[in-house]
Design a protein around this ligand. Structure first.
Ligand code: PAF
Length: 274
């Protein structure tokens, strides 16, 4: 089945009004493209919650800092659309930068608390950019439900808090991480890994699992990651999954770097503690 490709805000509004007139519900899967099975699991879950699924593909400039991989971020639009159509997605929205940022590319929402630790510390611009774009996408699509992967667990908490604070009446659903056959959490950035780096990358979830099972403390886990060959560790720590603070930890979180290929690749992962 071919999906309706929405390229203008007028088309989006017409599509949205038609569905409202038919009393149809909508699940929304916002993405930056370069789709993998993790994204596709969000779409499949979306169909369980609404009559229609719409996905957006927009590489959001405000969540990249200068010097990060905005320019080189993988863009595979034709393939992405085919993958979404194969799952029966009814509409794919391809916004342009002016649709989202008519008054200039900048963040105007910052969610305090959950945005601050972990990735908030190492990528201070990131959650402001995510909260800003997701709020704008939400207002324009106005779905009933929106789905996000638990690989970006902190992002999920930021978005949940953002819809509460901004009184946006959309149900947010987190979907478990999809992993490859070696346990590596799927990510669009995994394409940056060379063979040597991939062999190291697949050890990350094993170390986190050992930590989650109580066999490694934070210091031992960081030592282990460095010994395995990760080049830098931003964090590897047990946190509370709602507050992201250190009190009452129930989930382990890590962000690590591999610098052995042509560029630097940052991987994140998280696992629930026993
Ligand atoms: O998780 C992502 O792909 C992005 O951060 C999102 C939520 C689509 C916002 O640009």
């Amino acid at each position: 089945m071919s999906a309706y490709q929405i390229k203008t805000l007028e088309d989006l509004q017409t599509w949205r009004k038609d569905l409202s007139a038919q009393n149809k519900t909508i699940s929304f899967v916002p993405t930056m493209g370069a789709l993998h099975n993790g994204h596709l699991s969000l779409v499949k879950e979306g169909f369980k919650h609404a009559d229609n699924v719409i996905a957006s593909i927009f590489v959001n400039p405000t969540q990249f800092a200068p010097g990060e991989d905005f320019e080189s971020y993988p863009r595979t639009i034709e393939d992405d659309i085919k993958k979404l159509e194969n799952l029966g997605v009814q509409a794919v929205w391809l916004p342009n930068t002016d649709d989202i940022y008519p008054d200039g590319v900048q963040s105007d929402i910052y969610i305090e608390g959950v945005s601050e630790p972990l990735d908030g510390e190492f990528r201070p611009h990131f959650f402001g950019g995510v909260a800003t774009v997701v709020a704008r996408l939400f207002r324009l699509v106005s779905p009933d439900v929106a789905l996000f992967g638990e690989k970006d667990f902190q992002q999920l908490q930021v978005i949940k808090k953002m819809v509460r604070e901004q009184s946006i009446p959309i149900k947010i659903i987190g979907v478990p991480i999809e992993r490859d056959e070696h346990g590596l959490a799927l990510s669009s950035r995994n394409v940056y890994l060379n063979d040597e780096e991939y062999k190291i990358a697949i050890q990350l979830n094993k170390v986190l699992k050992n930590m989650a099972d109580g066999h490694l403390n934070e210091i031992a886990a960081i030592d282990k990651l460095l010994e395995i060959g990760f080049d830098e560790i931003d964090y590897c720590t047990a946190r509370n999954s709602k507050t992201l603070g250190t009190e009452n930890p129930d989930r382990v979180f890590a962000a690590v770097w591999l610098n052995k290929g042509l560029g630097k690749t940052r991987l994140i992962d998280n696992i629930k503690m026993k």
